[in-house]
Design a protein around this ligand. Structure first.
Ligand code: ADP
Ligand code: MG
Length: 240
C-alpha cells in the first residue's frame, strides 16, 4: 500500500504520491512592543497552492504577523521559513530579495504608484528583479488580459475604479511568480460586486499560478475562496 509520511517542514513520499510541501511555516513566534506582547507563540503553516484565511479582531496582531512574514518587522523568538528559506538567518539584502521574488502583496488600499500607468504598475516589480524587457512586456500583457484590464493599460490609478485598481494590484502581485501572496483585507475598500470579482480572480490566479494565499479579513464572506480559516486572538492562533 502507498504510504505518505509527513514531517515538520518537509514532506516525504513513497511511491508516486506527492504531497505539496509547505510554502510558509511559522513556529513559536513571539513579538512584543515594549511591554505589550503582540504575538504569543504563533504557529501557522501554509502549503503550496493552499489559500488560508486569517481572521481576528482589530488589534489581535494580524498586520504585525504579515510584517514579520515579509521581513519588515523583526521578531523576538521563534522561526519563520518561507519556500525553504529560514528568515532568522537572512541578511537585510537577502530579506529584500525574498520580498521581491517569493512574496506578492495585495493591500486594502491598493498601494499603486499614482504617476505610473496600469501597465507600468504591473511591470514595476519585474524591473526591480531585472526581468528581461521582452519577457516583462509579454507577461504584463498576459496578466492584464487575465484580470480583464487590457483596455485600461494606459490609465493611471486615479482614472480607475476601486475594483479596477485592485485587479491591477493583483496582476502586479503575480508579476514575479511568487510562491505566496499576502492579501490584507483585499476587498475591504470595494463594493460587494467588485469585491466578489476580485475574490474570484484571486482564487483563479492562485490555482493557475500555484501560488499560496494568506488572506487577512474580518469578513466571513471573503473566506469562501479559502481552503481553511484560522482565527487570531490576543496574539495567538486558534486553528479550526
Ligand atoms: P491587527 O492588524 O490585527 O489589527 P496589529 O498587528 O496592527 O493588529 O496590532 C496588534 C497590536 O500591536 C495592537 O495592540 C497595536 O496597538 C500594537 N502595535 C502595532 N504596531 C505597533 C508599533 N509599531 N508600536 C507599538 N505597538 C504596536
Ligand atoms: Mg491590521
Amino acid at each position: 500500500m502507498k504510504q505518505i509520511i509527513e514531517c515538520n517542514t518537509e514532506t516525504e513520499t513513497t511511491d508516486d504520491i506527492k504531497v505539496p510541501a509547505e510554502v510558509l511555516s511559522i513556529s513559536g513566534l513571539q513579538k512584543s512592543y515594549g511591554s505589550t506582547e503582540v504575538l504569543n507563540s504563533v504557529d501557522l503553516k501554509v502549503r503550496a497552492g493552499e489559500r488560508v484565511a486569517l481572521m481576528g479582531r482589530s488589534g489581535s496582531g494580524k498586520s504585525t504577523l504579515l510584517n514579520c512574514i515579509c521581513g519588515i518587522e523583526s521578531f523576538d523568538a521563534g522561526e519563520i521559513v518561507i519556500a525553504g528559506k529560514r528568515l532568522n538567518d537572512m541578511s537585510q539584502p537577502e530579506l529584500e530579495q525574498l520580498r521581491r521574488e517569493v512574496i506578492g502583496y495585495v493591500f486594502q488600499t491598493f498601494h499603486l504608484l499614482p504617476t505610473l500607468t496600469a501597465f507600468e504598475n504591473v511591470e514595476f516589480p519585474g524591473q526591480l528583479i531585472g526581468m528581461p524587457l521582452s519577457e516583462r512586456r509579454e507577461r504584463v500583457n498576459y496578466l492584464l488580459a487575465r484580470v480583464g484590464m487590457e483596455h485600461r493599460k494606459d490609465h493611471r490609478p486615479s482614472e480607475l475604479s476601486g475594483g479596477e485598481r485592485q485587479r491591477i494590484a493583483l496582476a502586479r502581485s503575480i508579476m514575479n511568480r511568487p510562491r505566496l501572496i499576502l492579501a490584507d483585507e483585499p476587498t475591504g475598500s470595494l463594493d460587494s460586486v467588485s469585491g466578489d470579482q476580485v475574490l474570484d480572480l484571486i482564487e483563479q490566479m492562485s490555482d493557475e499560478f500555484s501560488v499560496s494565499i494568506l488572506l487577512v479579513t474580518h469578513d466571513p464572506e471573503t473566506t469562501r475562496i479559502c481552503n481553511r480559516t484560522v482565527h487570531m486572538k490576543d496574539g495567538q492562533i486558534e486553528d479550526v
